[in-house]
Write a protein that binds this ligand. Sequence first.
Ligand code: 5GP
Ligand code: ZN
Length: 210
Amino acid sequence: SWKAALQPYIDHPERFLPSPKNNAQSVVVYFNNEVVIVTDGFPKATEHLLVLPRSSALTHLHPTTALTEQVKKRYQQYIDIAVEHVTKKFMKKYKVRDESSPDHFAKTFVQVGIHTVPSMNNLHIHVITKDFNSPRLKNKKHYNSFNTDFFVPWDRLPLEHAPIDSKSIEKKYLKDSDLICCYCDRNFTNKCANLKRHLAEEFALHFTAV
Ligand code: 5GP
Ligand code: ZN
């Protein structure tokens, strides 16, 4: 099923390395025995990576509870690699108007964490720039999954227990929560097209193409 679509990266990361012959929509940017870091196939912001632990003991656990202090300690180095990759890639394309350093950018503009109710089966951690200025961001659900408490930041993990009623959590955050601009807190209620236009304006205010 499509829910297992991340498994091939874990099984055969070498098949997804960037190369002239590989015209897949997604590429592996780093891997070793413990982890695969892949670009999201449907990026919801300018830069969007998924960090995939390869361990079969971890990959089918729930993200809210799998990332214990001990596991996080082991994977912190790979989160750091992904954050650095995202920062470098973004800064190659765009200049930050407030002239912030890469360190400042990484701390304030790169979001790391998981979805309370994931759609994909394999454990994955999102590392994403907070612009949400992407043609692949198409609806309220996409936006709210990163901009409400549906998104659990890395620093707040693990939770005490996995969600008990996934359907009501999805309704509360993805469907019933208003669309709030992540730069200025302006409320766009249900108007996703208006929010997207506004996010493009915010992007142009904060960044210039290199
Ligand atoms: P979730 O909602 O489960 O936390 O996020 C799953 C992520 O996987 C989404 O951001 C989605 O765009 C991404 N995704 C879905 N299918 C594929 C795929 O086949 N390849 C890659 N690289 N990403 C995928
Ligand atoms: Zn705004």
